[in-house]
Design a protein around this ligand. Structure first.
Ligand SMILES: NC(=O)C1=CN([C@@H]2O[C@H](COP(=O)(O)OP(=O)(O)OC[C@H]3O[C@@H](n4cnc5c(N)ncnc54)[C@H](OP(=O)(O)O)[C@@H]3O)[C@@H](O)[C@H]2O)C=CC1
Ligand SMILES: O=C([O-])CC(=O)C(=O)O
Length: 444
């Protein structure tokens, strides 16, 4: 393979390199040797990853450092290009923020196929926020993942500064500022809930440990793979070096579905719906909160004066929407999920409008509503736009809401007990096997 020419000012390099199973084996052996030689696990790993980089695209303007060229020389890859960036508009790049690293798992799956292009376009993190994408696949998906990288290349997004692909979560999560954990098996016909918890739970145990080892200490983690609340709990419990508060489970799709139904029923556009919280688990026990929701600033229950509709139509429609969609599509929601992931991230990186909220599954520790601690539970949240959030403390919880919230809390506690072996919890017996499967809302 021809190597790119040496460094020169204003020159930008793009290369696609892949490193998969045989290299992973070599890397593991290599790492073992280094660990035997007395290096710590992390030091050994980072020293290995330098020599076995899986970088696909690197756009390090204005000039690639000599180290990058060394890296490229060592690299083994599919193809490699270089081109001149002297004409890149400095008035554009001068105002850009520091590049952030965004790791995405299940990167060749359906949701990612929509999401990655939204991330690269700048519509999620901002038009002044360059990003590096670090994509995790598996031996099963490595060809597809190269295809994803090629499509990202061909899309010419100025803010997309780098794409790396790989199959080792320790490497792919390296220094990640964000980890979007999408890769997980979707539920199939005839599967029991406990089976899915077990199979996917193991993925999040492994990946939680990898996050703990490799990601930025303030990495924000959004778990999408189902059952997302309990998977987020598993990842969090396996990543004690990352603040518990940084872990989220995606319930924004439920919020969006609820907003859509209120808009349809009231005849007001969905942008007029605010304070639309969804409480609890991303399952049929979720609680779309019509009591605190507003339409055009007025309580939703004053706009839609039909409590029977709220309880008997609105609530199940939102909770069962995922299953209804599976029946139509033959697969679970992907495009709308990607949109809701984008919304969930945007909710953390832009300030929440006064009085409004967004829904996210977050750690229940210290919550103002008396929900049992130690669960990843969806609450109404607000953010200053700095990536952090707080749980809103001014939501009215009446008897109806309280009993629904309790049921979702009980379900999450049972799920937690089913994965006790994955989170280092003593005891805990799984009572969900054979119970109604609530992983895919409404499929049954
Ligand atoms: N929270 C929410 O609101 C929603 C959550 N979801 C969930 O998101 C997850 C991903 O959905 P989607 O992208 O549509 O799924 P896809 O089947 O299209 O992709 C999932 C990816 O997960 C990876 N994966 C890891 N382990 C397994 C496994 N045991 N079996 C199959 N795939 C595995 C695969 O990638 P690789 O081979 O590279 O590892 C695969 O490409 C699912 O768990 C789904 O239930 C979906 C919609 C909404
Ligand atoms: O379970 C799935 O794969 C789909 C899902 O969560 C949803 O659409 O709400």
């Amino acid at each position: 393979m021809r190597l790119p020419p040496g460094p020169s000012a204003g020159r930008l390099r793009v290369w696609i390199l892949a490193c998969f199973s045989t290299r992973s084996i070599k890397m593991a052996l290599n790492m073992k040797q280094r660990m035997d030689a007395g290096l710590s696990r992390k030091a050994a790993r980072s020293s290995v990853s330098r020599s076995s980089v899986v970088k696909v695209r690197s756009v390090a303007a204005p000039a690639p450092p000599a180290a990058a060229v060394q890296e490229a020389k060592k690299a083994y890859g599919v193809f490699r290009l270089s081109y001149d960036t002297q004409n890149e508009d400095p008035s554009l790049t001068r105002t850009w923020k520091k590049t952030i690293k965004v790791a995405v798992t299940g990167a060749s799956g359906n949701i990612s196929n929509h999401l990655l292009f939204m991330l690269a376009s700048g519509e999620v993190y901002g038009k002044d926020q360059p990003i590096a994408l670090q994509l995790l696949g598996s031996d099963r998906s490595k060809e597809a993942l190269e295809g994803v990288a090629m499509e990202l290349e061909d899309s010419l997004y100025p803010l997309l500064r780098e794409v790396s692909i790989g199959t080792d979560p320790y490497e792919v999560f390296g220094d990640a500022d964000w980890a979007l954990m999408i890769g997980a098996k979707p539920r199939g016909p005839g599967m029991e809930r406990a089976d899915l918890l077990q199979q996917n739970g193991e993925i999040f145990q492994v990946q939680g440990r990898a996050l703990n080892d490799s990601a930025s200490r303030n990495c924000k983690v959004l778990v999408v793979g189902n059952p997302c609340n309990t998977n987020a709990l598993i990842a969090m419990e396996n990543a004690p070096n990352i603040p518990r508060k940084n872990f989220h489970a995606l319930t924004r799709l439920d919020e969006n579905r609820a907003k859509c139904q209120l808009a349809l029923k009231s005849g007001k556009f969905y942008t007029s719906v605010s304070r639309m919280a969804v409480w609890g688990n991303h399952s049929t026990t979720q609680v779309p909160d019509y009591i605190n929701a507003r339409i055009g600033g007025i309580p939703a229950t004053d706009v839609i004066r039909d409590m029977k509709w709220f309880r008997e139509e609105f609530t199940p429609k939102v909770a069962l929407r995922g299953g209804a969609l599976i029946k139509k599509w033959g697969r679970s929601s992907a495009a709308s999920t990607a949109v809701s992931v984008a919304d969930a991230i945007r909710a953390l990186v832009t300030p929440t409008a006064p009085g409004d909220c967004f829904s996210s599954g977050v750690i229940s520790d210290g919550n103002p509503y008396g929900v049992k601690e130690g669960l990843i539970f969806s609450f109404p949240c607000r953010s200053k736009g700095d990536g952090d959030y707080e749980i809103c403390d001014d939501f009215i919880v009446d008897e109806y809401l309280r009993s629904k919230i309790r049921a979702s809390e009980d379900e999450l506690q049972k799920e937690k007990e089913c994965v006790s072996h994955l989170i280092g919890m003593m005891g805990g017996s799984c009572s969900l096997r054979g119970a109604e499967d609530t992983t895919v809302p409404g499929e049954n």
